[in-house]
Design a protein around this ligand. Structure first.
Ligand code: ZN
Length: 171
């Protein structure tokens, strides 16, 4: 790996409590941190909004919509934008549902409750389909066959968000 500032090859050095890759030529340090992904448990008339994933991980699974947070937006702003891009629907954010964090996955899921307040459902580039599910007709999904920790964990997160909705009976 090479320095983002000056292009010198990075070397391992002990900085701020652990070994990190750092530039021998300037002050650049490669801090490796997990990245937030905003996710929505979005409802409309007692039904849960899910999108069918077109990309890995969990390609082909129904999942709550969401996505990466850009540098110039808040997590909430990112979520509203992602829902619009993926489903063409307008999200009004309610409260924080949960924060899901696991070492070595590179990701922190930040899940919000919310309501759909406008728009016509239409799948965007990353979604194969957009649908609303009543609590009694939620998709039954088998865990992924891949043993990759990220896949297994992301599946648990998805199921947790869906299960929370089912338990509350669509409220
Ligand atoms: Zn450098």
């Amino acid at each position: 790996m090479f320095c983002l500032k000056c292009g010198t090859e990075l070397a391992t050095r002990f900085i701020a409590g652990r070994e990190r890759l750092a530039c021998p030529n300037c002050d650049f340090v490669y801090y490796r941190n997990p990245v937030p992904i905003a996710v929505a448990q979005a409802t409309w008339e007692g039904q849960l909004l899910l999108v069918k994933r077109l990309i890995e991980p969990l390609k082909g699974y129904w999942a709550p919509p969401g996505g990466y947070v850009e540098y110039d937006e808040s997590v909430e702003e990112a979520l509203v934008r992602e829902i619009k891009e993926e489903t063409n629907l307008d999200l009004e954010i309610g409260g924080l549902l949960n924060v899901y964090s696991k070492p070595n996955t590179g990701i922190v899921f930040v899940a919000y409750r919310g309501r759909i307040v406008g728009g016509e459902p239409r799948p965007g580039e990353d979604a194969g389909a957009v649908a609303f599910f009543a609590p009694e007709s939620l998709p039954q999904q088998a865990p992924p066959r891949e043993k990759a920790p990220l896949e297994q964990w992301a599946f648990q997160v998805i199921q947790d968000i869906i299960e929370d909705f089912r338990k509350r009976g669509g409220g």
